[in-house]
Design a protein around this ligand. Sequence first.
Ligand code: TRP
Length: 337
Amino acid sequence: MPSSSSRPVILTGDRTTGPLHLGHYVGSLRNRVTLQHTHEQYVLLADAQALTDNADDPAKVRRNVIEVALDYLAIGIDPELSTICVQSALLALAELTLLYLNFVSVARLERNPTIKDEIRMRGFGRDIPAGFLCYPAAQAADITAFKATVVPVGDDQVPIIEQTNELVRRLNRQIGHPLLPEARALISQTGRLPGVDGDAKMSKSQGNAVPLSASDSEIAAAVQRMYTDPNHLRASDPGQVEGNVVFIYLDAFDPDVEAVADLKAQYRRGGLGDMALKRRLTNILQATIAPIRERRAALGRDPDAIMDMLRTGAKRGRAITEQTKEEIITGLGLFRL
Ligand code: TRP
């Protein structure tokens, strides 16, 4: 159970910009279900961070707080074992962000490679929302407010954790003792799941994602679209396994590792058609997603229960983050009325 345990603390989260998909499932969600048994785990519905590049659509950000919460519960994050918090409900996070911005330079924010990439991808040009440029400081506030030492994230978030630790060292130096712990990024073993089109990243905005609420026919259609080996024209031809999206997915989802190894050998030799391979993957993904989709639908029929869960999470989250904020303000020797 949260709070009184001496388990290592995890803080992780997702921007609430859309329902979660198989990429999230493989990259982080599956891990969280396991980690909640050995860690004190907090999961943030990062609506404030979502707003840093969605200021023109706050309704989307709000709506997806509930969608992502449903995804969490449906995949097995248990609110008895983990604490699910809405970021904007924890005011201490906003206060710490404002404070932390004094301990980082604009030049350092501009140098963050993740931010640089994201600015390019979003085509902000010179019109970068200030909140967006500063979100690593806000994320440092998220992580440190919970005194988290483990942050399970995708590999793209590693520079954000590095910047968090720089801030931790800077703050601890100012405070005069190591009040805040440094955190380490925990990267999923499975790595990143490509989009169904073979693009390096599955993302809703690129239209190459399979959402956790996908129907059987949507799953079948997504698998049909998947890239295999473009030179594998006839079933009897030898085919390439490396970079073959269908095999990457089988590696991520097929529990029968030996069978997949046999299929790879057969594919390389020739004699295994893409259709048969795709049929196998379709069945596996349908079997993976069906129980998630059904739980999600059932949970969605009781919105009051979701709101209660979020209120309980906010209460627990507030207790911890307010406490840390007081310690930091006292540590820095600021005025308190
Ligand atoms: N930046 C993360 C993402 O894009 C979301 C996030 C917000 C987060 N606050 C966090 C992740 C704190 C880990 C810890 O998905």
